[in-house]
Write a protein that binds this ligand. Structure first.
Ligand SMILES: NC(=O)c1ccc[n+]([C@@H]2O[C@H](COP(=O)([O-])OP(=O)(O)OC[C@H]3O[C@@H](n4cnc5c(N)ncnc54)[C@H](O)[C@@H]3O)[C@@H](O)[C@H]2O)c1
Length: 334
């Protein structure tokens, strides 16, 4: 298949692209290598992809309409996986416009080009943050989510809604994936698991928000990639038989699917697993709740299971040591 992967230099996009290249698909990656975090890490991720003859790379912002048109015209993709985004909750408090540009304007470009090139399946990355202030756990795809707490969440919800209206009007099968705190090798340096590991190795204190009273549904990267790979093969069809708990739209070939581990972990237990893998105790700055943060995330993954026969299952006590081993080999910390 001919596949476009946006955000191909990112944590998730690079891992998914690698899987698809190994399967022999033609992959065109799009990424603008933003300076939001270490660009060298992005270059190193992409260096694993460029050795494949079936890989091409376009270095561009997804908001750049003319370049996106050229790339889509050349590739004529069967499937589009849209991972490029300005991510991160805290950064969105200081740089809200970056989120509007990348996540709303950029996502619109990709959604609209999927229509023009009649893609067989458009897959969009969204987030557990979309559930915002919801207090019903676990989060289910059919729960309404009207209370985003950050611009990040609001822009991701906006892209979901734009995709729904386009799926309704033009019929492009669209699956929106809501990811829950993904971690693992080649991960994102702005996320807690990565920051904690780095600071513990350096003997620097870590910031522990809400005095550690947080629950997170941590998803291991290999489980996420497997889930995405399987979901690529089940584009939603309007009017098809609804499975139990289905989020399929009544008026569009459009579906939301959570990808999470369905087992929230206490932050302090997660930190303990990192300490154990690093072999050092963390110095902890106990702090209050971060603005825009939520106390708990917890995915209902019954729909993922019904659609693919698969659910993420890697326990954090297994996944964290694999990440810390990778961190050691990549940075060679003292
Ligand atoms: N990692 C997680 O835990 C998590 C959780 C929920 C949702 N998500 C979503 O999954 C997707 C991938 O996340 P990730 O963790 O791999 O993040 P990432 O930051 O590692 O990857 C995103 C990539 O997109 C690129 N990018 C950013 N803005 C761009 C733009 N305007 N044009 C072109 N490229 C641009 C970046 O350079 C980066 O390489 C994002 O949509 C994110 O919102 C991630």
């Amino acid at each position: 298949m001919n596949i476009i992967v946006t955000g191909a230099a990112g944590f998730i996009g690079s891992e998914v692209a690698l899987r698809l290249l190994r399967e022999g698909h033609s992959v065109t990656g799009i990424d603008s290598f933003t300076a939001y975090y270490d660009v060298k890490l992005k270059e190193d991720r992409v260096a694993r992809l460029v050795g494949f003859p079936n890989f091409r790379l376009a270095r561009s912002r997804v908001e750049d309409t003319a370049t996106m048109e050229r790339v889509f015209d050349r590739v004529k993709p069967d499937i589009i996986l849209h991972f490029a985004a300005q991510a991160g909750v805290r950064y969105s408090l200081e740089h809200p416009r970056d989120y509007i540009d990348a996540n709303v304007v950029g996502s619109f470009n990709i959604i609209d080009l999927a229509r023009r090139y009649k893609a067989r399946h458009l897959v969009l990355a969204s987030t557990s943050s979309a559930y915002g202030a919801n207090q019903k756990f676990p989060f289910e795809e059919r729960d309404s989510a009207p209370y985003p707490l950050t611009i990040y969440a609001a822009t991701k919800l906006a892209a979901e809604l734009i995709a729904h209206s386009h799926a309704h009007l033009y019929g492009v099968p669209t699956t929106v994936l809501r990811f829950f705190s993904v971690y693992g090798p080649w991960g994102r340096p702005d996320m807690a698991f990565y920051l904690f590991t780095d600071r513990i190795f350096k003997g620097q204190p870590i910031d522990v928000f809400n005095n550690g009273d947080l629950l997170r549904d941590f998803t291991y990267i290999d489980d996420l990639v497997e889930s995405i790979r399987r979901l690529m093969d089940v584009p939603p069809q309007q009017g098809s038989h609804m499975i139990r708990g289905d989020s399929l739209s009544p008026v569009a070939p459009y579906r939301l699917v959570n990808i999470g581990n369905a087992s929230p972990v206490r932050l302090m237990d997660y930190i303990e697993a990192i300490e154990h893998a690093v072999g050092r105790k963390a110095l902890k700055n106990m702090l209050g709740m971060q603005p825009g943060d939520v106390q708990q995330t917890y995915a209902d993954v019954r729909l993922l299971k019904a659609l693919t026969g698969y659910t993420p299952h890697t326990d954090y006590r297994t996944g964290i040591p694999i990440f810390v081993d990778w961190f050691r080999s990549y940075y060679n910390p003292a």
